[in-house]
Write a protein that binds this ligand. Structure first.
Ligand SMILES: Nc1ncnc2c1ncn2[C@@H]1O[C@H](COP(=O)(O)OP(=O)(O)OP(=O)(O)O)[C@@H](O)[C@H]1O
Ligand SMILES: [Mg+2]
Length: 369
């Protein structure tokens, strides 16, 4: 073990050396330094296991030496035992704060105390080094997993886009609008899922989606797809990421929530503005206590008299109901003046709801109010 003794007093340096040589079983290689500046150089050159450091040195204080040693990235793993003339608790605290592993008063130095201090100090440093290595290994492994997750989202998105393209091509092949339309609807559903995966691999987090951004793209895509941009104004009023109350969803919530909005926006575009009628669609919401609200509001024609919110065999509203249930949420439908507002309110923390409650059978909230 290499030990540098930094002390301006030659007799004190000799004492330390003699005491350590008496420690049974330890092999030390000693280096003497009478001042701090050359000692810092030696630390770089020799890379000792331990420094015995006098509290008072001619060219700087022991604390200053410690600060410089710790600030020097080249010496992260050197153990330091601080030695001083007078035993003082404040000095001890200062030394430990500045990065010393131990502290001994020179007036009561024994071979055993010094040997133990050096042994423990180097052990501590070895532990810190092992922890650092483990931390770096974990960070590397997390980074590798992030790359893999990214890759998976990328592939899922690509595959979904291929399916969407196939549906679009198939729709283009059929002359009958009644067959082409459901194919287009399915294409939009698949695209809304692809959009979430695209955002997931583009986001720094990889597990969460800035939902306002997602909705903005979704709305713009649907307005284009229904060739409605010139007569229907679309607005997203969800708080954006980086602003207070931003809606950030994990993939388990983002996929169903995205599909629900896809249905509700498509419905507004398809049904609320017949015969070239003009108007506006707003998608909004935000955090409501422990819940999240998402709504789609239009100022169009309003729902037909025979519209049944909780029944009906049409696929769109069925999808909305099933996915609202999957989010453990409620669906609310209100007549506007004019138009219609559809809102879905679901718990922000999906995990809390899906965790089984001890002693009570979990029941989802009713899907439709
Ligand atoms: N925003 C809206 N404004 C006016 N009517 C609407 C609106 N949303 C839904 N509707 C009415 O509710 C009906 C049911 O909607 P739903 O989405 O279930 O079916 P769809 O859109 O006709 O077909 P699909 O199953 O392909 O979605 C629609 O046919 C329409 O009459
Ligand atoms: Mg529909």
């Amino acid at each position: 073990m290499k030990v540098i003794i930094v002390d301006d007093s030659a007799p004190d340096r000799r004492l330390c050396r003699t005491l350590l040589q008496e420690v049974p079983g330890f092999q030390y290689e000693f280096f003497d330094e009478p001042a701090a500046s050359p000692a810092l150089e030696s630390c770089r050159a020799i890379a000792p296991d331990c420094v015995l450091l006098d509290y008072r040195l001619p060219d700087m204080s022991g604390l200053e030496f410690l600060k410089r040693l710790r600030a020097d990235g080249a010496n992260p793993d050197i153990a330091v035992v601080m030695l001083t003339g007078i035993a003082s608790e404040t000095m001890a605290v200062d030394a430990l704060r500045a990065g010393a592993q131990d502290y001994l008063a020179k007036d009561s130095l024994t071979s055993q105390a010094l040997g133990l201090a050096v042994e423990k100090a180097t052990e501590k440093v070895a532990l810190i080094r092992a922890l650092r290595v483990e931390r770096d290994r974990l960070a590397e492994s997390v980074a590798e997993k992030d790359v893999l997750i990214k890759e998976v989202h990328h592939r899922v998105k690509n595959n979904l886009q291929v399916i969407a393209s196939l549906l679009r091509l198939q729709a283009a092949k059929v002359a009958d609008a009644e067959i082409a339309e459901p194919l287009h609807e399915s294409q939009h559903r698949v695209e809304s899922m692809a959009l979430i995966h695209e955002q997931l691999y583009e986001s720094a987090d990889l597990r969460q989606v800035d939902f306002a951004k997602n909705v903005t793209i979704l709305l713009s895509n649907l307005l284009d797809s229904y060739a409605a941009s010139n007569r229907i104004a679309g607005a997203v009023t969800l708080p954006r990421s980086g602003t207070s109350g931003a809606v950030v969803l994990g993939v388990d919530q983002a996929i169903p929530a995205g599909l629900i909005l896809n249905e509700l926006i498509s419905n507004a575009l398809k049904h609320a503005f017949p015969n070239g009628r003009t108007g506006a669609i707003q998608v909004g919401g935000g955090h409501r206590g422990t819940d999240i609200e998402l709504f789609v509001r239009d100022d169009g024609a309003g729902l037909p008299g025979d519209f049944k919110p909780d029944k009906g065999n049409s696929l769109g509203m069925q999808i909305v109901r099933v996915l609202t249930r999957q989010l453990h949420g409620d669906l609310k439908i209100e007549a506007g003046d004019p138009g219609t507002k559809f809102s879905v309110v679901f718990p922000a923390d999906l995990k809390k709801v899906t965790e089984p409650v001890r002693g009570a059978k979990h029941s989802a909230r009713p899907a439709v109010r």
